[in-house]
Design a protein around this ligand. Structure first.
Ligand SMILES: *[C@@H]1O[C@H](CO)[C@@H](O)[C@H](O)[C@H]1NC(C)=O
Ligand SMILES: *[C@@H]1O[C@H](CO)[C@@H](O)[C@H](O)[C@H]1NC(C)=O
Length: 490
């Protein structure tokens, strides 16, 4: 009775208030996306309290601790990388179509993404030629007077500003693939893996004892200021994408772990602070197989770094590395900042690289990349990724297609808001080769609880979730689907 009255009142307020008033959630709901796309954030039968009616279906039990003893990490958000490929292809849309797409991506109309990564200068997902924000014709520019965002940097900052205007919770991570060529020992952005290092004196062959370390730090200061002048607030940076990956085909630069720690502690951190910028610096931005790298950065630059960024490309990806890292660094915050979404990937690949990190203390997850054209580009002809399909494909006829990976990510982002607390749980299990059930749950700022369940079995499964607060919820999880339950506040 009370809940009926509250619902009626809430409904009335929502009607008369007109905007931004959320109805109190008093009934459970369920949404699904599946392998063949017949469910795409589709509302399905909601779970019921108690054991429900599994009939002859196979059953599965999950538990979540929704009391304070089960509280784990706080969520910042979910999203994807805004690359030059994304900005270039988005900007081929009409302004009406682009506004519609950005509303789908950045508001509760659709995925409600609130965490994006963007590329500082060229990455492998940029059209030719590769560039940075201070190329200066290759000539040394210690005064940084040649600094400029250029057309592509300006267009990217403007795109991020548009996103921010739609999503007030938006947090932006900027990552550099290569600094200007003149700051490097090999003098090139890409094309050579020989001496593919910063000219910072670290290898003993640079100019002076510290080479261009100060200019390298100023490069980040100037970039953040230039973006902010265009309305794009930069919340965090990584100073080198994939520091252990040196390749000739696209912009890269090798960086040693102690080198990264020293650069942040003695140059980048102090430069940001003296410019009055509160942009954070995150460590690493690479795979889970070398956790000693971020550990050494945290140890060396503890004054400035408390967050680690991880990628998914280790040959045998193991997200429990993040739990081990949390156990040895209780105050650390962690993110999964990059994993690709090729068209050839498993239907649940994007869900899988979201749920694994979430189960292991990640505060957010970002796919690579948000958008591409219908050829998975544009990308550098010298070796950029040609199978990195975006979450959204921009078609040549001026329309866009939300790909399966978009729906997989939205099953999380739409229902686990900024500020949600991930809850400890048990019962997730994948049989090698034969599918399984994986799940993650959150307690949301409005008191509702979200449970995301990934079913990789080729049959429906009837799932029962028991909570430490003393409830039981049961419902059907269709074959090859990701299902999100939203449960009312206790
Ligand atoms: C799913 O993630 C697990 C690690 O959590 C990994 O071992 C497995 O290969 C992944 N599968 C796919 C299809 O991405
Ligand atoms: C999480 O739940 C598991 C299984 O119930 C339990 O063994 C573990 O101690 C719990 N961890 C925390 C941090 O509460």
């Amino acid at each position: 009775m009370l809940s009926t009255i509250l619902a009626a009142l809430a409904g009335h307020v929502a009607l008369t208030g007109g905007h931004a008033i959320h109805k109190r959630v008093t009934t459970p709901a369920a949404y699904a996306s599946n392998s063949d796309g017949s469910y795409a954030l589709t509302s399905i039968t909601a779970p019921v309290q108690g054991a429900g009616s599994p009939g002859s279906e196979s059953t599965w039990k999950l538990t979540i601790d929704d009391t304070s003893s089960g509280y784990k990490q706080t969520i910042t958000g979910f999203g994807a990388a805004v690359t030059d490929a994304t900005v270039t292809s988005f900007n081929t849309l009409s302004s009406t179509e682009l506004n519609q797409l950005l509303n789908v991506l950045m508001t509760s109309t659709g995925a409600d993404f609130s965490l994006v990564r963007h590329t500082i200068g060229a990455s492998d997902l940029s059209g030719d030629p590769a560039y940075t924000y201070d190329d200066n014709g290759g000539a040394v520019d210690t005064s940084m007077s040649g600094f400029n965002l250029g057309d592509r940097g300006t267009a990217m900052a403007e795109m991020l500003a548009k996103m921010k205007s739609l999503q007030s919770d938006l947090k932006v991570l900027g990552s550099s693939w290569s600094p200007p060529a003149w700051m490097k020992l090999n003098g090139v952005i890409d094309g050579s893996t020989t001496n593919n290092n910063l000219n910072d004196g670290y290898l003993g062959s640079g100019v002076g004892s510290a080479g261009y370390s100060s200019e390298f730090a100023q490069y980040f200061v100037k970039y953040i200021q230039a973006y902010e002048a265009l309305g794009a607030n930069i919340n965090a940076i990584t100073i080198q994408n994939e520091p252990l990956n040196s390749q000739a085909g696209y912009p890269t630069m090798y960086m040693f772990d102690y080198e990264q720690g020293d650069l942040i502690q003695s140059y980048v951190g102090p430069a940001l602070a003296s410019a009055g910028l509160d942009t954070a610096v995150w460590a690493y931005d690479h795979n889970t197989d070398v956790p000693s790298f971020p550990q050494n950065v945290l140890n060396t630059a503890s004054q400035y770094v408390d967050t680690v960024a991880w990628h998914c490309y280790a040959s045998s990806v193991d997200w429990s590395v993040l739990t081990d890292f949390k156990n040895s660094n209780p105050d650390v915050t962690q993110y999964m900042t990059e994993c690709w979404t090729p068209a050839s990937g498993e239907w649940y690949q994007a869900s899988n690289f979201t749920i694994g990190p979430l189960q292991n203390w990640a505060s957010g997850v970002m796919a690579w990349t948000l958008g591409t054209d219908s050829s998975d580009g544009p990308h550098l002809s010298s070796g950029g990724c040609d199978t990195c399909q975006g979450l959204v494909t921009i078609n040549s006829d001026g329309t866009y297609t939300l790909e399966l990976a978009y729906y997989m990510m939205a099953q999380y982002s739409k229902f686990i808001p900024t500020g949600a607390i991930i809850l400890n749980g048990s019962g997730s299990y994948t049989y090698s080769g034969t599918g399984g059930i994986e799940s993650v749950a959150s307690l949301n700022p409005d008191g509702t609880r979200t449970v995301v369940i990934q079913n990789t079995f080729s049959n429906d499964v009837y799932v029962t979730v028991s909570t430490s607060s003393g409830q039981e919820w049961s419902g059907n999880v269709p074959t090859e689907s990701v299902v999100t339950w939203v449960l009312p506040a206790v």
